[in-house]
Design a protein around this ligand. Structure first.
Ligand code: PLP
Ligand code: TYF
Length: 398
């Protein structure tokens, strides 16, 4: 059965991690995979997570199975985090939320659910989008097309071209939107642009599908879910997948959620039973630990405040690094305007370098970044920023 198989190329982003690890250059910098790093280059377990884990260790009385939907308390609390308390209340039984194995598990569960109820549906994704969206959604059977999004020349959003393409989407089509902190480009829709998308969805009847993987890393927990909340308020149907990998630092615990908002409570109930059957057919039920930790934090005022405080530190560090990088690049006298990096949000921005220039940074300077010149801002710190800016200046001159 396996004799004729050929190996496939590794995930290019995860491959960078391994290449960086085996590089012996003491000045090496990892700007590849999107994990948060502190000033010392560590990806810490958040304080509130540690406390919640200690409580769970002391208090958990059973590890018996959960249901395909996961932990009910997590589902309610994460829905409130994403949608806000008020809107969650207003939506009532029109909303159903499933705990999923990370954001990836949520994306795939949603895709399999859609494939079951409306096979080969068209889904429009931004150009560019996170590379993993293609297998996660496409291999379930959804037909992926793109809409224009990032303008590499002027480092902004091609909003008119985006709207022009979305105006051709019709009822039954899905449109994937990054809730905030766009991966890979860092350029987010303004509140006015979200309003225009909401109006177009109302007119044309397409179903927005929001991937919210970085809530809290852009402008704040509520600010980063402006688009999600607006669409949830205005539209009859919405799909939202959220991840706890970044904002709770729970990466390997595989913690996320899928929320479906339907036009009626009956439709939501039917959707929930279909999603439960879909989850059962893939993994039966999600892993518990990360979701129990999140539920413990969100249900407890003290843990919740400490988590928000640490998340604010994370966000402010990233935003500070964005400004510091622009300043440092300016100091190098490069004949380019990098100020867009300061306007963008979350972990990622494109430097705007060619593949050759990226290869130079990797091979000659041991600075690891994705071929597209996407960098993880959090990989920068005060000891490597000058070397980084100098190296970029030298690579750009070639
Ligand atoms: N969506 C986007 C845009 C991402 O960047 C990521 C990864 O960080 C995810 C979803 C899902 O992440 P995870 O499966 O680790 O929750
Ligand atoms: O884009 C990134 O770097 C993050 C992390 O297969 C990631 O979203 C990268 C690749 C992957 C899973 C997660």
């Amino acid at each position: 059965m396996f004799d004729s198989l050929n190996p496939l190329p590794a995930d290019p982003i995860l491959g960078l991690m391994a290449a960086h690890r085996s590089d012996s250059n003491p000045r090496k910098i990892d700007l590849g995979v999107g994990v948060y790093k502190d000033e010392q280059g560590n990806t810490p377990v958040m304080r509130a997570v540690k406390s919640a884990e200690a409580r769970l260790l002391a208090d958990q009385t059973s590890k018996s199975y959960v249901s395909p939907a996961g932990l009910a308390t997590f589902n309610t609390l994460i829905a409130s985090l994403v949608l806000g308390d008020e809107l969650t209340k207003t939506l009532g039984d029109r909303r159903v939320t499933f705990q999923t194995p990370g954001g990836c598990g949520g994306l795939r569960l949603a895709a399999e659910f859609i494939q079951k109820v409306r096979p080969a549906s068209k889904i429009l994704v931004s150009d560019p989008t996170w590379a993993n969206h293609v297998p996660l959604l496409g291999e379930a059977g959804l037909q992926i097309e793109t809409y224009p999004y990032y303008d590499h020349k002027n480092h902004g959003i091609r909003f008119d071209a985006m709207m022009e393409r979305l105006s051709k989407a019709a009822a039954g089509d899905l449109v994937l939107l990054h809730g905030c902190c766009h991966n890979p480009c860092g350029a987010d829709l303004s509140n006015e642009q979200w309003q225009a998308v909401a109006e177009l969805a109302q007119t044309n009847g397409f179903t927005p599908f929001i991937d919210l993987a970085y809530q809290g890393l852009g402008d704040g927990l509520a600010e980063d879910s402006y688009g999600v909340r607006l669409l949830a308020e205005k539209l009859p149907e919405l799909i939202v997948v959220s991840s706890c990998s970044k904002n709770f630092g729970l990466y390997r615990e595989r913690t996320g959620s899928l929320t479906v908002i339907a036009g009626s409570s009956e439709a939501a109930r039917a959707s929930a039973s279909q999603i439960a059957a879909t989850a059962r057919a893939i993994y039966s039920m999600p892993p518990d630990h990360g979701a129990s930790v999140v539920a413990e934090i969100l249900a407890d005022d003290t843990l919740n405040s400490d988590w928000e405080l640490e998340l604010t530190e994370v966000r402010e560090r990233i935003n500070g690094l964005r400004s510091a990088l622009v300043t440092e690049l300016d100091r190098q006298g490069i004949d380019r305007d990098f100020s867009f990096i300061e306007q963008e949000k979350g972990m990622f921005s494109f430097l705007g370098l060619s593949v050759d220039q990226v290869q130079t940074l990797i091979n000659q300077y041991s600075i690891y970044l994705v071929d597209s010149s996407r960098i993880n801002i959090a990989g920068i710190n005060s000891s490597n920023i000058e070397y980084l800016a100098q190296s970029i200046a030298e690579a750009v001159k070639r």
